[in-house]
Design a protein around this ligand. Sequence first.
Ligand code: 1GP
Length: 251
Amino acid sequence: MTVEDYLSKIIQRDGVAHITLIDPASQKPEESVRLAIAAAQGGTDAIMLGGSTDAGGQLLDITAKMIKEKVKLPIILFPGNTSGFTTSADCVLFMSLLNSRDPHYIVGNQVQGAYTLYKVGMESIPMAYLVCEPGGTVGWVGDVKLLPRKKPELAAAYALTGKYFGMRYTYLEAGSGAESALPPEMIATVKHILKENVLIVGGGIRDGKTAAICAKAGADIIVTGTAIEKAGNAKELTAEIVQGAKAGKKA
Ligand code: 1GP
């Protein structure tokens, strides 16, 4: 089964899926493996590997291989540039940062990586990546014209553009470590326009209550990274977020 089918089945069954983002540059590979195991035990549905700076190359490759040995969940690449690719994962989000001012993040890095992807034949999911205020590191690195939180219709116009380009996933991003998650009005407006297309929401989600609000507003997939990386008990926090998201969807 493809990773896309696997996630679709979870979304159909539970209303929402949860992905744990691990930045290979944030800790040693052994610690990334510990986090992945804890997140899996807490009920996350997949592991996503990536980051805006230093998250690629050998460190990414070793981290992906070590996680694969210990965790049965799919490993999805979330590349910040061409160095964020490794054959040791199951799938890559083939993403375009649509609201960047820099063509490298819209199409340039993708052109540089496309032939490698073709040769190795890894599954890829076309995705519109939309970065909203405050944007964090990815907003700065990606030279992003940040989408204002109070203008959900602008985010929706970008999401619709991605959908018309044929992208099946849209990732609405507040930036890793954002002080607060994206407003439910923004998530709801974007999901309303996307309809069956998959909406990922991430950035600043730290607890079950917030995950529930995002899921109820329309997120199909919730991503959490920083909170789980920093948690005293990563398994417990993952379980709280996963259960919160799934309960929020049913509420
Ligand atoms: C970042 O959306 C992800 O790309 C996750 O954000 O680290 O704030 O959970 P956090």
